[in-house]
Design a protein around this ligand. Structure first.
Ligand code: ADP
Length: 343
């Protein structure tokens, strides 16, 4: 019986490794009426625990086991709690207004839904819009900075499960702040190195559009795991993306491009089956083939997306169809990352 259970548990995967192989199953006891499975996890989220339990129950049920299954899950106190940020991913675009911040927001929330610990750093010096997309007031500076033993550190603000810091917290709505290169770089350095992010599986960085100083200093300053590029399908948007790709592929600053997303790919009016390719058809898909970049997926142009952005509620929390699209894109992104954390 124990062998049968062990074999069954080899079909249960957590972050791409089967739970027998990864060693989180510490013991299996078979009693007359009950099977007890002892699992030790470091730093699990509630969502992840529940999902794992469900998977185990289901897998064993398929084996026609007529005993009660009890799962004992505990936190590993011997294993040191992992700290720090495991994967920093930047979202970039050639032009402004193509939906980069919308996509950064919804990828961050999708990652939370998948059970990861997630941060979002809004580094768009030209128009930090993350506070609006999460319905956070701008000018949150007072709640962000915490003084401890004579030094000050930053504290992100959590919304919809995402820990957020934005350049927008440092200006009042409507106030013009010109983040010049060195000033912005200094602020971003603080955001990364002097901020209490806690344990993060992913830190998503919403970059400013284009190829400026800030991109270069960010790439030198922080260990990016990869870049995700967002573009709309028309030529005029793609020509700027071409420049961005060139920059990230420069030998001196090389960062892997995890893939490209086509936003506003098609418009389908409500109660209609007609598709309108307002910005051309398959522009980004064709570009990705030409440039040898992985195509992560496409997002249609939908009023719900725009309305959600303005309301400050991420659209993945409001619309099932769009949630599925974003979850698929987020999974594709993770698949292109080496070493996704294992609990
Ligand atoms: P960027 O960060 O590239 O400047 P934003 O994410 O701020 O762009 O998006 C610009 C505007 O376009 C926002 O009002 C947003 O709600 C809207 N938008 C983005 N993607 C879509 C989409 N797929 N469908 C409809 N509106 C969208």
């Amino acid at each position: 019986m124990k062998k049968k259970i062990t074999k069954a548990l080899e079909n249960v995967f957590l972050n791409k490794r089967n739970i027998m192989e990864s060693g989180i199953v510490k013991k299996i006891d078979v009693f007359q009426e009950e099977i007890r499975i002892y699992i030790t996890l470091s730093n699990p989220t509630m969502h992840m625990k529940k999902k794992l339990e469900q998977k185990i129950y289901q897998t064993i049920k398929y084996q026609n086991v007529d005993k009660k299954i009890r799962i004992e899950m505990k936190l590993d106190t011997h294993e040191k709690r992992k700290t720090g940020i495991k994967n920093i991913i930047a979202i970039a675009s050639g032009k402004g207004g193509v939906g980069k911040s919308t996509i950064a927001t919804n990828i961050a929330v999708s990652l939370v839904k998948m059970g990861y610990h997630v941060g979002l750093l809004d580094a768009d010096i030209y128009g930090p819009s993350i506070p609006l997309m999460f319905n956070l007031e701008e000018n949150k500076i007072s709640s962000c900075i915490v003084h401890k033993n004579g030094t000050s550190i930053m504290n992100p603000i959590t919304s919809y499960g995402v820990k957020i810091l934005s350049l927008g917290f440092f200006s009042k709505s409507g106030q013009a702040i010109v983040w010049r290169g060195p000033m912005a770089t200094k602020a971003l350095r603080q955001f990364i190195h002097e901020t209490d992010w806690g344990v993060l599986d992913f830190l998503i960085v919403d970059l400013p559009p284009g190829t400026g100083d800030i991109h270069l200093s960010l790439v030198q300053e922080i260990p990016l795991k990869g870049i995700v590029i967002v573009s709309t399908p028309q030529k005029i948007s793609l020509s700027d993306v071409h420049r961005s790709v060139g920059m990230f592929r420069l030998k001196s600053i090389y960062v892997p491009i995890l893939g490209i997303i086509e936003n506003m790919s098609v418009f389908i009016p409500k109660e209609s089956k007609e598709k309108y390719y307002l910005f051309g058809k398959n522009g980004v898909k064709n570009f990705s083939k030409k440039m040898n970049i992985f195509f992560l997926g496409e997002i249609p142009m939908l009023q719900d997306i725009q309305v959600s952005s303005d309301l400050g509620i991420p659209v993945v929390l409001q619309n099932d169809d769009i949630r599925k699209i974003f979850l698929k894109i987020t999974k594709n992104m993770i698949d292109h990352l080496p070493n996704v954390p294992i609990y």
